[in-house]
Design a binder for this molecule. Structure first.
Ligand SMILES: C[S@@+](CC[C@H](N)C(=O)[O-])C[C@H]1O[C@@H](n2cnc3c(N)ncnc32)[C@H](O)[C@@H]1O
Length: 214
Protein backbone atom coordinates (compact mmCIF):
# COMPACT_ATOMS: atom_id res chain seq x y z
CA UNK A 1 0.00 0.00 0.00
CA UNK A 2 1.67 3.24 -1.07
CA UNK A 3 -1.14 5.58 -0.01
CA UNK A 4 -2.67 5.63 3.49
CA UNK A 5 -5.72 3.34 3.44
CA UNK A 6 -8.05 5.86 5.12
CA UNK A 7 -7.06 8.56 2.67
CA UNK A 8 -7.61 6.21 -0.26
CA UNK A 9 -11.05 5.22 1.09
CA UNK A 10 -11.97 8.88 1.56
CA UNK A 11 -10.87 9.85 -1.96
CA UNK A 12 -12.71 6.90 -3.49
CA UNK A 13 -15.85 7.74 -1.48
CA UNK A 14 -16.09 10.93 -3.56
CA UNK A 15 -16.01 8.99 -6.82
CA UNK A 16 -19.24 9.31 -8.82
CA UNK A 17 -18.84 5.91 -10.50
CA UNK A 18 -19.04 5.14 -14.19
CA UNK A 19 -21.80 4.03 -16.55
CA UNK A 20 -24.03 1.20 -15.24
CA UNK A 21 -22.38 -1.22 -17.72
CA UNK A 22 -18.86 -0.30 -16.54
CA UNK A 23 -19.89 -0.49 -12.88
CA UNK A 24 -21.29 -3.99 -13.45
CA UNK A 25 -18.21 -5.05 -15.45
CA UNK A 26 -15.97 -3.77 -12.66
CA UNK A 27 -17.90 -5.75 -10.02
CA UNK A 28 -17.80 -8.92 -12.15
CA UNK A 29 -14.09 -8.51 -12.81
CA UNK A 30 -13.35 -8.00 -9.12
CA UNK A 31 -15.43 -11.02 -8.08
CA UNK A 32 -13.69 -13.17 -10.75
CA UNK A 33 -10.30 -11.86 -9.58
CA UNK A 34 -9.54 -10.31 -12.97
CA UNK A 35 -7.06 -7.47 -12.37
CA UNK A 36 -8.41 -4.14 -13.63
CA UNK A 37 -7.48 -0.51 -13.04
CA UNK A 38 -8.34 0.78 -9.57
CA UNK A 39 -10.87 3.50 -8.84
CA UNK A 40 -8.25 6.21 -8.40
CA UNK A 41 -6.61 5.19 -11.69
CA UNK A 42 -10.00 5.29 -13.41
CA UNK A 43 -10.62 8.91 -12.42
CA UNK A 44 -7.04 9.81 -13.35
CA UNK A 45 -7.53 8.28 -16.81
CA UNK A 46 -10.75 10.23 -17.26
CA UNK A 47 -8.88 13.47 -16.53
CA UNK A 48 -6.07 12.55 -18.94
CA UNK A 49 -8.62 11.72 -21.65
CA UNK A 50 -10.40 15.03 -21.12
CA UNK A 51 -7.08 16.92 -21.30
CA UNK A 52 -5.46 15.05 -24.16
CA UNK A 53 -8.52 14.24 -26.33
CA UNK A 54 -6.62 11.40 -28.03
CA UNK A 55 -7.63 10.20 -31.48
CA UNK A 56 -5.73 6.88 -31.28
CA UNK A 57 -4.85 4.90 -28.17
CA UNK A 58 -2.69 1.81 -27.82
CA UNK A 59 -3.39 -0.31 -24.75
CA UNK A 60 -1.10 -3.15 -23.69
CA UNK A 61 -3.13 -5.53 -21.46
CA UNK A 62 -6.86 -5.78 -22.27
CA UNK A 63 -7.97 -8.40 -19.72
CA UNK A 64 -11.79 -8.37 -20.13
CA UNK A 65 -11.88 -4.90 -21.67
CA UNK A 66 -12.77 -2.79 -18.64
CA UNK A 67 -10.17 -0.03 -19.15
CA UNK A 68 -10.64 -0.22 -22.94
CA UNK A 69 -14.34 0.51 -22.55
CA UNK A 70 -13.72 3.17 -19.90
CA UNK A 71 -11.42 4.97 -22.36
CA UNK A 72 -14.06 4.63 -25.13
CA UNK A 73 -16.75 5.98 -22.84
CA UNK A 74 -14.78 8.97 -21.56
CA UNK A 75 -12.62 9.69 -24.62
CA UNK A 76 -13.69 11.62 -27.73
CA UNK A 77 -16.51 10.03 -29.78
CA UNK A 78 -14.28 9.15 -32.75
CA UNK A 79 -11.56 7.55 -30.60
CA UNK A 80 -9.89 4.39 -31.97
CA UNK A 81 -8.23 1.92 -29.62
CA UNK A 82 -5.82 -0.89 -30.43
CA UNK A 83 -5.54 -3.23 -27.46
CA UNK A 84 -3.30 -6.28 -26.94
CA UNK A 85 -4.00 -9.40 -24.86
CA UNK A 86 -2.35 -12.83 -24.79
CA UNK A 87 -4.53 -14.73 -22.29
CA UNK A 88 -6.81 -16.88 -24.48
CA UNK A 89 -9.52 -17.25 -21.81
CA UNK A 90 -10.02 -13.48 -21.50
CA UNK A 91 -10.14 -12.63 -25.22
CA UNK A 92 -13.70 -13.88 -26.00
CA UNK A 93 -15.00 -12.19 -22.82
CA UNK A 94 -13.43 -8.88 -23.88
CA UNK A 95 -14.86 -9.25 -27.40
CA UNK A 96 -18.32 -9.94 -25.99
CA UNK A 97 -18.08 -6.85 -23.77
CA UNK A 98 -17.10 -4.74 -26.81
CA UNK A 99 -20.07 -6.17 -28.74
CA UNK A 100 -22.56 -5.57 -25.90
CA UNK A 101 -21.57 -1.91 -25.68
CA UNK A 102 -21.64 -1.43 -29.48
CA UNK A 103 -17.96 -0.41 -29.45
CA UNK A 104 -16.60 -3.10 -31.81
CA UNK A 105 -15.92 -0.68 -34.65
CA UNK A 106 -13.79 1.55 -32.39
CA UNK A 107 -11.65 -1.25 -30.92
CA UNK A 108 -9.10 -3.55 -32.53
CA UNK A 109 -8.15 -6.41 -30.22
CA UNK A 110 -4.84 -8.01 -31.17
CA UNK A 111 -4.26 -11.50 -29.77
CA UNK A 112 -0.78 -12.55 -28.78
CA UNK A 113 2.37 -11.57 -26.97
CA UNK A 114 2.75 -7.81 -26.73
CA UNK A 115 6.51 -8.05 -27.26
CA UNK A 116 5.94 -9.61 -30.70
CA UNK A 117 2.94 -7.46 -31.65
CA UNK A 118 4.61 -4.17 -30.71
CA UNK A 119 7.44 -4.94 -33.17
CA UNK A 120 4.91 -5.25 -36.01
CA UNK A 121 2.76 -2.17 -35.30
CA UNK A 122 3.07 0.88 -37.55
CA UNK A 123 2.01 4.51 -37.22
CA UNK A 124 1.81 6.44 -33.99
CA UNK A 125 -0.62 6.77 -31.10
CA UNK A 126 -1.62 9.84 -29.12
CA UNK A 127 -1.74 7.88 -25.89
CA UNK A 128 -0.20 4.53 -24.94
CA UNK A 129 -1.42 2.74 -21.82
CA UNK A 130 0.87 0.04 -20.44
CA UNK A 131 -0.94 -2.39 -18.15
CA UNK A 132 0.47 -5.88 -18.76
CA UNK A 133 3.55 -7.88 -17.65
CA UNK A 134 5.37 -5.34 -15.49
CA UNK A 135 8.79 -6.97 -15.89
CA UNK A 136 8.59 -6.56 -19.67
CA UNK A 137 7.99 -2.79 -19.84
CA UNK A 138 11.72 -2.03 -20.06
CA UNK A 139 12.09 -4.47 -22.98
CA UNK A 140 9.06 -3.08 -24.80
CA UNK A 141 10.11 0.56 -24.40
CA UNK A 142 12.12 0.94 -27.67
CA UNK A 143 9.09 -0.09 -29.74
CA UNK A 144 6.74 1.96 -27.58
CA UNK A 145 8.91 5.06 -28.22
CA UNK A 146 8.86 4.31 -31.95
CA UNK A 147 5.03 4.34 -31.79
CA UNK A 148 4.92 7.79 -30.15
CA UNK A 149 5.03 11.16 -31.92
CA UNK A 150 5.91 14.51 -30.39
CA UNK A 151 3.31 15.18 -27.67
CA UNK A 152 2.24 11.51 -27.32
CA UNK A 153 1.56 10.47 -23.76
CA UNK A 154 2.75 7.20 -22.23
CA UNK A 155 0.91 6.05 -19.08
CA UNK A 156 2.30 3.05 -17.20
CA UNK A 157 0.34 1.47 -14.34
CA UNK A 158 1.49 -0.45 -11.23
CA UNK A 159 5.01 0.92 -11.39
CA UNK A 160 5.56 1.03 -7.61
CA UNK A 161 4.33 -2.54 -6.99
CA UNK A 162 2.64 -1.83 -3.63
CA UNK A 163 5.83 -0.05 -2.57
CA UNK A 164 7.88 -3.24 -2.80
CA UNK A 165 10.25 -1.97 -5.48
CA UNK A 166 12.17 -0.01 -2.83
CA UNK A 167 12.35 -2.93 -0.37
CA UNK A 168 15.65 -4.63 0.32
CA UNK A 169 16.53 -7.41 -2.14
CA UNK A 170 16.51 -9.86 0.81
CA UNK A 171 12.99 -8.95 1.98
CA UNK A 172 11.46 -9.50 -1.44
CA UNK A 173 10.29 -12.94 -2.59
CA UNK A 174 12.78 -14.44 -5.00
CA UNK A 175 10.25 -14.63 -7.87
CA UNK A 176 9.60 -10.88 -7.64
CA UNK A 177 13.23 -9.73 -7.48
CA UNK A 178 13.74 -9.65 -11.24
CA UNK A 179 10.42 -7.85 -11.84
CA UNK A 180 11.26 -5.12 -9.30
CA UNK A 181 14.80 -4.74 -10.65
CA UNK A 182 13.47 -4.34 -14.19
CA UNK A 183 10.81 -1.90 -13.01
CA UNK A 184 13.49 0.27 -11.35
CA UNK A 185 15.41 0.19 -14.65
CA UNK A 186 12.22 1.20 -16.48
CA UNK A 187 11.61 4.12 -14.10
CA UNK A 188 15.24 5.22 -14.49
CA UNK A 189 14.92 5.12 -18.28
CA UNK A 190 11.60 7.02 -18.29
CA UNK A 191 13.04 9.76 -16.10
CA UNK A 192 16.47 10.00 -17.81
CA UNK A 193 15.66 9.48 -21.48
CA UNK A 194 16.13 12.90 -23.13
CA UNK A 195 13.13 12.48 -25.44
CA UNK A 196 10.73 12.06 -22.50
CA UNK A 197 9.51 14.21 -19.66
CA UNK A 198 8.11 11.96 -16.92
CA UNK A 199 6.35 12.24 -13.61
CA UNK A 200 6.08 9.29 -11.19
CA UNK A 201 2.89 9.54 -9.16
CA UNK A 202 2.09 7.59 -5.98
CA UNK A 203 -1.47 7.05 -7.17
CA UNK A 204 -3.15 3.66 -6.91
CA UNK A 205 -0.26 1.21 -7.28
CA UNK A 206 2.01 3.89 -8.77
CA UNK A 207 1.67 5.39 -12.20
CA UNK A 208 3.99 7.23 -14.56
CA UNK A 209 2.97 9.80 -17.12
CA UNK A 210 5.54 10.55 -19.81
CA UNK A 211 5.30 12.94 -22.72
CA UNK A 212 7.49 12.58 -25.81
CA UNK A 213 9.22 15.84 -26.57
CA UNK A 214 10.85 15.29 -29.94
C1 LIG B 1 -3.78 -5.81 -15.28
S1 LIG B 1 -4.46 -6.74 -16.58
C2 LIG B 1 -5.13 -5.53 -17.66
C3 LIG B 1 -6.31 -4.86 -17.08
C4 LIG B 1 -7.00 -3.90 -18.02
N1 LIG B 1 -6.08 -2.92 -18.56
C5 LIG B 1 -8.11 -3.18 -17.27
O1 LIG B 1 -7.79 -2.32 -16.44
O2 LIG B 1 -9.29 -3.50 -17.49
C6 LIG B 1 -3.03 -7.23 -17.48
C7 LIG B 1 -3.35 -8.09 -18.69
O3 LIG B 1 -2.18 -8.15 -19.48
C8 LIG B 1 -2.11 -9.43 -20.07
N2 LIG B 1 -0.72 -9.67 -20.43
C9 LIG B 1 0.31 -9.95 -19.58
N3 LIG B 1 1.44 -10.13 -20.28
C10 LIG B 1 1.13 -9.96 -21.58
C11 LIG B 1 1.88 -10.04 -22.78
N4 LIG B 1 3.19 -10.33 -22.77
N5 LIG B 1 1.24 -9.82 -23.95
C12 LIG B 1 -0.08 -9.53 -23.97
N6 LIG B 1 -0.85 -9.46 -22.86
C13 LIG B 1 -0.24 -9.67 -21.68
C14 LIG B 1 -2.62 -10.35 -18.97
O4 LIG B 1 -3.08 -11.58 -19.52
C15 LIG B 1 -3.72 -9.52 -18.33
O5 LIG B 1 -5.00 -9.86 -18.82
Amino acid sequence: MIVDERMRTYINSLDMGNTPFLDELEQNALSERVPIIRKEMQSFMKVLLAMKQPGRILEVGTAVGFSTLLMCEYGPPDLEIVTIENYQKRIPIARENFRRTGRESQITLLKGDAGEILKELDGTFDLIFMDAAKGQYIHWLPNVLRLMHRGSVLVSDNVLQEGDIIESHYLVERRNRTIYKRMREYLYELTHNPVLVTSILPLGDGVTVSVKQE
